[in-house]
Design a binder for this molecule. Structure first.
Ligand SMILES: *Cc1c(COP(=O)(O)O)cnc(C)c1O
Length: 436
């Protein structure tokens, strides 16, 4: 069949500028730091989208945007210690980091046989929390899912209606419960739940577990009543406390000056287990100060049931995470809070921050307020210091290399030094100098 073009008999069209070849364009933008196939993709979309005369500039922009959008390290100058958009907690170096060697992830060095990846970091984490046993999964949401599936599949789990929460990123207790195969047994009301409500539910249903969910990221105030996890221990069923934020011990022995006042009221793993709660779940990257992970800790028989469940294989962490958690646990056990980046930043005296701010710019130095963030301790502020620049300059700061992430408050750009490593004060100074 003839195409319409072949049957056309009119005069030849006036020649249009020939589209530049994709290959030539890709070579013309080779200075953009991306592998060749990605430069070809950028060149192809630039050619496809319009004016040939500006194709090279478009290709360069497309490739440049992609290069800049890759995962990279940033300077967190927001004063939000656990910033969800920046991976929550910064994490510690791995043992042997930088070498090309293998890891002993599942190797038993005594016997030369296969060991368990859950033997090292989890054992140290259990020791530091005063738990009989512990295991590590991908994140706290996975920990809750696994514990419910392993301990309550097809049976009831009692939860207060005041704790049927959503944590950021779509983690909703009722939905996790239904995915786990456990049956949600709601007790009490949104604002008031009493022990008798739990007792009635346990007596009237086939209940496998009582679940207590920490109100990490919200508060209920006013006419309220609730039952703490440790007061559920007399119900006759195991108690699981989803602590989320993962403060290890309310005494904070790893800090020279003990617990800071802003931690008051935050439930801690060790004290929760000491009070008789059977199992806890918490995040690795909130107040624990480690990489993304979920820790299940408590009674050895319950942890073993979680570890034996088929989901455990799907939720297991890799050696990067286990290696970092091992270093973190060793730091906690050595009471060495200074080597844990989150805690070092969290308790830095404000005078030290003021001194650093003035050293960067006497004119711009100002007092600020930092926050724990990461869906923990809502409403808590930590006195801090940094720089205040008139106007909204955050996009310019973000465009630098490395990007400096600041925030806007009352029409000024705030650079909070509490979350900035002192090594990066020079980066901040250079970024600020470029603005003026
Ligand atoms: C943060 C949080 C979670 C989810 O933890 P991830 O590690 O982000 O999966 C679950 N439960 C509570 C109470 C939390 O605070």
């Amino acid at each position: 069949m003839a195409s319409p073009d072949e049957t056309r008999s009119d005069a030849p069209p006036t020649p249009e500028p020939r589209p530049p070849s994709v290959d030539r364009l890709a070579r013309a933008i080779a200075d953009v730091d991306l592998p060749h196939p990605l430069l070809v993709d950028a060149a192809r979309s630039a050619v496809a989208s319009g004016n040939p005369a500006t194709a090279e500039q478009r290709a360069r922009n497309i490739a440049g945007t992609q290069a800049r959008s890759l995962l990279t390290s940033v300077v967190n100058a927001t004063g939000v210690l656990l910033h969800t958009n920046m991976g929550r907690s910064p994490w510690m170096n791995l043992p042997g980091n930088g070498s090309d060697r293998y890891s002993s992830l599942e190797l038993d060095l005594d016997s030369g046989e296969r060991g368990s990846r859950q033997d090292r970091a989890p054992r140290l984490l259990a020791r530091m929390c005063g738990a009989e046993s512990a295991m590590v999964v991908n994140n706290c949401a996975a920990g809750v899912l696994l514990a419910l599936a392993a301990l309550a599949d097809g049976r009831g789990v009692v939860v207060s209606r005041g704790e049927l929460v959503e944590i950021g990123g779509g983690f909703r207790i009722p939905e996790v419960m239904s995915q786990s195969g456990a049956d949600l047994v709601e007790v009490g009301t949104t604002n008031r739940t009493r022990l008798v409500d739990y007792e009635a539910a346990v007596n009237g249903n086939d209940v496998a577990l009582a679940l207590s969910v920490h109100r990490s990221n919200y508060r209920i105030t006013g006419f309220t009543e609730s039952v703490a996890a440790c007061d559920l221990t007399g119900l006759g069923v195991p108690v699981l406390a989803d602590l989320g934020s993962g403060l290890v011990d309310s005494a904070c022995q790893w800090l020279d000056d003990g617990p800071p006042s802003w931690l008051e009221g935050e439930p801690a793993v060790r004290q929760t287990l000491e009070a008789g709660v059977d199992l806890v779940t918490f995040s690795g990257d909130k107040l624990l100060g480690g990489p993304q992970a979920g820790i299940i800790a408590g009674r050895a028989d319950l942890v073993a049931r979680c570890a034996a469940h088929p989901l455990a294989r799907a939720l297991r962490p890799g050696s990067l995470v286990l290696g970092s958690l091992q270093e973190l646990a060793l730091a906690y056990l050595s009471r060495d809070g200074r080597s844990i980046p989150f805690w070092r930043m969290a308790v830095l005296p404000v005078g030290e921050l003021r001194r650093r701010a003035s050293a960067i710019s006497v004119d711009l130095a100002a007092d600020t307020m930092a926050v724990p963030g990461g869906g923990t301790l809502p409403g808590v502020e930590i006195p801090s210091a940094g720089l205040m620049i008139p106007g909204d300059r955050v996009a310019e700061l973000r465009a630098g290399t490395p990007p400096v992430i600041a925030r806007v408050h009352d029409g000024s750009t705030v650079i909070d030094l509490r979350t900035v490593h002192p090594h990066d004060d020079d980066v901040v100074r250079a970024a600020v100098n470029r603005l003026t």
